[in-house]
Design a protein around this ligand. Structure first.
Ligand SMILES: [Zn+2]
Length: 324
């Protein structure tokens, strides 16, 4: 059940955890999702943006000490079917348990089912106007939704370990966004109401599954073309020299993938905002003014500007964190 905990890439003593979108991308996704929200929710979330950013990675941290946690971050759809669309796996948890057993589902990951459960809990927290719980569940669900969009979270070959591509997990979801997300367009428009969370969560996982072949095949092709010499380089991180994918190799891979990483980050941001918003609507649109101070209104232009500023802020924080 805890199988994905240790696909880590070590060199000269430094361990890089590669659980899901890197910490940087998870924080960015939760942070920027705030700016998709309508005015009724915007101020509450904006006032708590630091919490939502910092706690975007709590679910990954929990994997160290909670056995139940690991399977909530992925679903190995190739255990059930060879290719998309996934039409033999029941989308409802009860039906899936009846068909495969709970143990089997947990062994191969439960992310789309878990998102539906979390959204239910978030709706209840809104009904209760429980500020702490709303924030905790919002940060958590943002993490799971983002994970569901990652292609390598949909396959047994999650770190390329079955195809001699070890390290590709962190390459795609940490190294590439860290190097190239500065040029991504993160303005996704406003959050929209999602009628059926279960289907939306499944659509994210299926979309990830449909993209995982290119993630693996393109890297294999590039590896053949560029060879090991140009694949890695060393970077100074704190006191240590760390082996990383070279800029040249990363750029070539990023170009081969087209806008895939950007698209998955954008989809994640839009989905996180939309699920927060939908939970609030389903809770009867409680007035959060008593949990906040004054209303905020942003035009599209102002939202775009705020997104740019927030992104820079997070990058600066990230740089500072590295120097320490
Ligand atoms: Zn995760």
């Amino acid at each position: 059940m805890f199988k994905k905990v240790l696909f880590i890439w070590c060199f000269t003593g430094l361990v890089i955890p590669a659980f899901s979108w890197g910490f940087f991308a998870h924080k960015m996704i939760n942070r920027l999702a705030v700016f998709t929200l309508p005015e009724d929710l915007l101020l509450f979330y904006k006032n708590n943006i630091e919490y939502l950013t910092e706690h975007a990675v709590d679910p990954d941290k929990r994997r160290y000490n909670d056995e139940e946690e690991a399977c909530r971050h992925y679903v190995d759809l190739d255990h059930y079917e060879c290719c998309a669309p996934i039409d033999t796996v029941p989308k409802a948890w009860k039906d899936a348990v009846a068909k495969y057993s709970e143990d089997t589902l947990k062994a191969y990951g439960i992310v789309p089912w878990h998102i539906a459960l979390m959204k239910f809990k978030l709706t209840e927290a809104f009904k209760a106007k429980d500020k702490d719980l709303i924030l905790k569940l919002s940060a958590d669900i943002g993490h799971y939704i983002a994970d569901a969009h990652v292609p390598l979270h949909s396959t047994k070959n999650y770190n390329g370990q079955l195809t001699n591509q070890n390290g590709i997990h962190g390459f795609w979801e940490s190294r590439l966004p860290e190097l190239f997300s500065r040029n991504y367009d993160f303005f996704t428009g406003k959050a929209t109401y999602i009628n059926n969370i279960q289907l939306a969560a499944w659509a994210a996982s299926e979309g990830a599954f449909a993209a995982k072949d290119s993630v693996l095949l393109f890297e294999a092709e590039l590896n053949k073309k560029m060879g090991a010499d140009r694949k890695y380089t060393f970077e100074q991180k704190g006191q240590k020299q760390v082996k990383v994918y070279s800029f040249e190799y990363s750029l070539a891979y990023h170009n081969m993938l087209g806008n895939q990483v950007e698209r998955k980050m954008r989809e994640s941001i839009a989905a996180v905002g939309s699920i927060w918003f939908s939970a609030w609507v389903d809770a009867g649109q409680p007035d959060l003014n008593e949990l906040t101070e004054k209303p905020v209104k942003l035009s599209d232009e102002e939202r775009k500007k705020a997104i740019m500023e927030e992104r820079l802020l997070l990058e600066q924080k990230q740089m500072k964190g590295r120097e320490e």
